[in-house]
Design a protein around this ligand. Structure first.
Ligand code: BGC
Length: 361
């Protein structure tokens, strides 16, 4: 079994000096999207004023962990590297590029179910763990914090009952494998629980997965979000163990879908192009209203918030895309939240690996 493969975790360097707000202000990658420094400075001040959580003494505080996630990006979800190392699109140097651009974390999207089967007890292969360990080590070498995100929402949404065995087997193995990893490695229980994984069922599944994780990782920071694709509107149904303070709550934000998913066949909008987002008072009002709703929930429940995904498909008009991304990112930062842009490569693209260049407005 991969987790017993002896692939030891090496903390390549200390993470005590992980980049803080000063570095965020200096980012120049996604920052090519319009950023104004007064807004950013204001955001920095507001972030420092974020509420302090109550982790057990000696364990990393979830609010502090969230602050350190800062600005992140989703990576590796649809990279052929998981089939074979020599087909990798993402390379060592991309971790450095992300760091130099000012990012402080990566959310690694994991889709292991197709490689798990009953015949060998759903064991993940050594080669799968080798890719995972490579990615984590490269991120660590750049002082990028790492979220290991189980991205099997399609399988679990279509047939939660059948796929539950893989879901729990995955967490049993990953939790054992990462037992010795530094606190800069975070787990995310499941991306966008949805469809047949109803809010009630999701509460049961997440409690079971969390119990498995806590056997070997009693204080690791774990990220978990509401059902209905991590929607703000379903935060109220999310049930978390009240005593577990090492949790960050994630939401995804793609509102308005007609803008962010224009041209996206999987969202039924293949031919609906040319939708702008101008940052009008009305548009900004929707964004602020949605985020205020989430902030209210977070305050009531004393939980930090991470926007694990937001973005606009690359078929959206570029100027609107840049305007929207900057508005969402700044609105999150003003509330002391961390975020991860969807995504580095592939669709919603931020970096063109073929041309070796950032996408710019
Ligand atoms: C999915 C992607 C999709 C994105 C935006 C992600 O969670 O994995 O396939 O492009 O959401 O819809």
């Amino acid at each position: 079994m991969g987790s017993g493969s002896g692939l030891a975790w090496t903390c390549i360097q200390s993470f005590k000096n992980a980049a803080g707000f000063a570095n965020l202000a200096g980012m120049n990658g996604i920052a090519r999207l319009p950023l104004s420094s007064p807004t950013l400075l204001l955001a920095v001040v507001l972030m420092l004023a974020a509420p302090v959580g109550r982790a057990q003494p000696g364990t990393p505080n979830a609010f502090e962990q969230n602050r350190k996630l800062g600005r992140g990006v989703n990576i590796l979800g649809y990279d052929p590297i998981w089939r074979s190392r020599d087909q990798a699109r993402f390379q060592d140097q991309h971790f450095r590029l992300l760091k130099e651009a000012g990012f402080s974390s990566v959310r690694i999207n994991l889709q292991p179910f197709r490689r798990m089967n009953a015949a060998n007890g759903y064991a993940l292969s050594e080669s799968w763990f080798e890719v995972l360990d490579w990615a984590v080590r490269q991120a660590q070498a750049q002082n990028l914090r790492v979220i290991l995100d189980l991205h099997e929402y399609n399988s679990l949404g279509a047939d939660p009952v059948t796929n539950k065995v893989k879901f729990l087997a995955f967490w049993r193995q990953l939790s054992a494998h990462c037992q010795g990893a530094p606190d800069s490695v975070l787990f995310e229980v499941l991306n966008e629980p949805s469809r047949k994984l109803t809010p009630a069922l999701w509460n049961e599944y997440l409690a079971e997965a969390l119990a498995i994780i806590r056997e070997k990782n009693p204080t690791r920071t774990v990220i978990v979000g509401p059902a209905f694709w991590n929607s703000i509107d379903h935060l109220a149904e999310l049930e978390l163990p009240a005593a577990d303070r090492n949790l960050i709550v994630t939401i995804h934000y793609y509102t308005p879908m007609d803008f962010t998913h224009q041209g996206a066949a999987w969202a039924g909008r293949k031919d609906k192009l040319g939708v702008d987002w101008l940052g009008t008072e009305k548009e900004l009002g929707v964004l602020q209203g949605d985020f205020d709703k989430a902030a209210h929930w977070a305050k009531q429940h004393d939980r930090p918030i991470f926007i694990g995904e937001f973005g606009a498909y690359d078929k959206a008009p570029m100027e609107s895309r840049a305007r929207y991304l900057a508005s969402v990112a700044r609105a999150a930062e003003q509330r002391g939240w961390s975020w991860a842009y969807w995504q580095f490569d592939s669709d919603f693209i931020l970096y063109d690996i073929g041309r070796d260049a950032w996408i710019e407005p």
